[in-house]
Ligand binder design. Structure first.
Ligand code: C2E
Ligand code: MG
Ligand code: MG
Length: 690
């Protein structure tokens, strides 16, 4: 069948594809109406104009190449070209050109164009889909789809990378099963909550790694898309927060620990004491305050590096001496604190204090050779009213008193071992050979200058060495177990002398102070022995004041009796005898410890009195002790007053009684008797003494 022109035209017009005829320069010669349907241009609008103007600039080169080839070949290859519509959008057209051959009156190229926009969009979409999948798969975030019961239906690759498990193994299982036991419930609960929640539910949970050696902390975000027809599930994103948690932990550690030694710092220490106070039911919390005595010279003379090494070594030693439940802290500088729970007796605490002191005092090799530092250790034990701050301050105060007392102690005589052995032998004989004597030092009332009492102090008139003082032989006597015998001798001799003076001086009213040793104090026969001696010389019980050093109250006897020192104190008190805490401030205990003791007098140790009026810290210690004595209804007596300014300061601080070389050294009984008669009957007041 041969078509006529109008038939051919109608067929062309019926084609869904557009048909153009262009000349070799690209100018439009003719187009079917499908072209204007596709592009929105009026059929004639581009007549005589180059269609190349409509081509997307990026596609132009491709089009020109194609036009070139079409002129040579019969039919060109189809190409996808973006062409501008009248609305300014781009449409993808698949175009194929062929040279017009043998058509009368027309020359050029016939081009068919098919709209490919929809297909291209679809292609891009699938391309995006794959890209998206790849993205999720390679993302460091674990992405999972769960059903309403928390069972995993798909999981991204990060799961395997972070946890080592094959993703296939997790599909079909409950997500919560992969958490460590302690976190299973919480993870499951959050997933169940997400079933009903509108927004995102978050939870931290740790999952087990496949290697079984480590756990991985993850932060889970759960979004409920159960109602979304495409997703229909819980979308879970999980982030590995290992590094974050580690960073948080090290920040936390930095904030609560000393950078040099790694020990707890002050803020953590206070927190730990508070925790311990909350826990402590029966046994008090014991806080030990440790201060190095010779740190400054090490730091100054050997340099800061050596100083740092010393502090680190001390920290290590303290740590090795304590259990993991105890807290060891550094407060900065050379101050350390140890907190121990479960020490039921003060004397146990004292033993610990000594051990701490000993462990710190071992030599450390720094620079040229071993250096030795010494520690002063004070402690405080909690009671119902304690707070972390008050306990720490109390322990600090106790340490400070000890440190101050040490300054005095170091000056005392040191006796060599061989000499000690000889002395012990000699002491046994001394008791039989009447070589022991008692000297008396007056206690003066600072307001009147009169003698209010005397303290009996033992002396040994050694056949070869001359007059020996208690510092030379008393510790030897204690080691040899001779101190109760010596004590009994001093008590009897002092009462005899006291009786003799009162006989000589009518109306004389003198307090007689006698020192007791630690072993005497725990001797159950002591109260009866005291009572016998008092009766023998008719000494009124209230005229006798027995002095016990703070240390010996805390110390149990070296010979193992379990009788507490306080039992003796109560028994002596019942006799009517007065009791004094001697050398107050030099023990290991805190001020508050004295509150619990049945005593009448506090004797302020001479090491504190030494700095009175000169050293502000000594002055404030003495002031505190006088204040404490006043608050507890005790009499304070200052020891070791050598200068008038000390006496003046004592009076100003409210302390009325003192003894010391300013008034007299300890004198033999007869000499003392003469002075009582001639001088001290009407001693001028302190102002005159200065
Ligand atoms: P204490 O009981 O604290 O006695 C005070 C000591 O300080 C005495 O030393 C005394 O001589 C000394 N003293 C007094 N005034 C001053 C002063 O102004 N400056 C200085 N630097 N020192 C002063 P002493 O007699 O050597 O006694 C030392 C310690 O021996 C006594 O200290 C006491 O704890 C103990 N003691 C003395 N006699 C006995 C005793 O019979 N039995 C027991 N168990 N201990 C005794
Ligand atoms: Mg004394
Ligand atoms: Mg004393």
């Amino acid at each position: 069948m041969k078509l006529n022109a109008s038939q051919a035209w109608a067929i062309l017009e019926a084609l869904p594809d557009a048909v153009f005829v262009i000349d070799s320069g690209g100018n439009l010669v003719f187009s079917t109406s499908a072209a204007s349907r596709l592009l929105g241009w009026e059929v004639d609008a581009w007549a005589g104009r180059s269609v190349l103007d409509l081509v997307h600039p990026d596609d132009l080169a491709m089009v020109l190449v194609s036009l070139e080839s079409v002129q040579d070949k019969a039919v060109g290859d189809p190409i996808d070209v973006r062409i501008a519509t009248s609305a300014g959008e781009w449409r993808y057209l698949q175009v194929v050109g062929a040279p017009l051959v043998g058509v009368e009156g027309i020359e050029g190229i016939v081009v068919t164009a098919r709209d490919q926009t929809q297909r291209r969009k679809f292609e891009v979409a699938t391309d995006n889909d794959e890209r998206f999948r790849a993205l999720v798969h390679h993302s460091p975030v674990v992405t999972m789809l769960l059903d309403a019961d928390g069972v995993v239906s798909s999981v991204s690759g990060a799961f395997a990378r972070i946890l080592g498990h094959d993703p296939e193994r997790i599909i079909g299982t409950r997500l919560s099963e992969w958490a460590i036991p302690a976190h299973r419930r919480r993870l499951h609960r959050t997933l169940m909550e997400a079933n009903f929640a509108a927004g995102t539910c978050n939870v931290d949970a740790t999952l087990r790694h496949r290697d079984g050696e480590r756990d991985v902390p993850l932060e889970f975000h759960v979004v409920n898309l159960l109602d979304d027809p495409v997703v229909a599930g819980l979308v879970v994103s999980a982030f590995d927060v290992t590094a974050l948690r580690e960073a948080q932990a090290s920040l936390q550690h930095l904030a609560t620990h000393d950078a040099l030694t790694g020990l707890a710092n002050r803020s953590l220490l206070l927190e730990r004491i508070d925790d311990a106070l909350m826990r402590s039911s029966e046994d008090p919390v014991t806080v030990f305050f440790i201060d190095l005595d010779r740190f400054k010279p090490v730091n100054d003379l050997l340099g800061h590096e050596a100083g740092d090494r010393l502090l680190t070594e001390v920290a290590e030693r303290l740590r090795s001496l304590t259990r993991s439940a105890d807290t060891v802290a550094r407060l900065g500088g050379d101050e350390f604190v140890v907190v121990i729970e479960g020490i039921s007796h003060a004397d146990e605490a004292q033993t610990v204090a000594r051990r701490l002191e000993a462990v710190v005092s071992q030599p450390v090799v720094l620079g040229a050779g071993p250096s030795q530092v010494f520690a002063s250790v004070g402690f405080a034990r909690s009671d119902a009213a304690s707070s972390s701050e008050s306990l720490l301050a109390e322990a600090d105060g106790a340490m400070y008193l000890i440190k101050a007392a040490r300054r005095g102690e170091l000056r005392r005589t040191v006796v060599r071992v061989s000499e000690r052995r000889n002395l012990a032998e000699g002491l046994r004989l001394a008791l039989d050979n009447d070589e022991l004597q008692v000297h008396y030092q007056p206690v003066v009332d600072l307001r009147t200058g009169r003698v209010s009492g005397v303290e009996a102090l033992v002396r040994w008139l050694h056949p070869e060495q001359g007059l020996l003082y208690p510092g030379d032989f008393l510790s030897i006597a204690e080691e040899a177990g001779l101190d109760p015998e010596i004590g009994a001798f001093v008590l009897r001799e002092a009462c005899r002398q006291h009786h003799a003076w009162t006989e000589e001086h009518e109306g004389l009213c003198l307090t007689l102070a006698v020192n007791l040793s630690a072993n005497q104090l725990v001797d159950p026969t002591l109260p009866a022995a005291v009572s016998t001696v008092l009766a023998e010389y008719g000494t009124p019980a209230e005229a006798l004041c027995l002095e016990i050093s703070e240390r010996s109250i805390l110390e149990r006897t070296t010979r193992g009796t379990a009788r507490p020192a306080t039992a003796s104190l109560h028994a002596l008190r019942r006799l009517g005898v007065k009791l004094a805490v001697d050398d107050f401030g030099t023990g290991y205990s805190s001020l508050s410890h004295v509150r619990r003791l049945p005593v009448d007098v506090l004797k302020i140790d001479q090491s504190f009195v030494a700095g009175l009026g000169r050293d502000p810290s000594d002055t404030s210690i003495v002031q505190a002790v006088i204040g404490l004595a006043g608050a507890m209804g005790l009499t304070a007596i200052a020891e070791g007053v050598e200068r008038p300014e000390q006496a003046r300061t004592l009076l100003e601080l409210g302390c009325h009684l003192a003894q010391g070389y300013l008034y007299a050294r300890a004198l033999p009984g007869d000499e003392m008797g003469t002075r009582l008669h001639t001088r001290w009957g009407a001693q001028p007041a302190v102002e005159a003494a200065s």
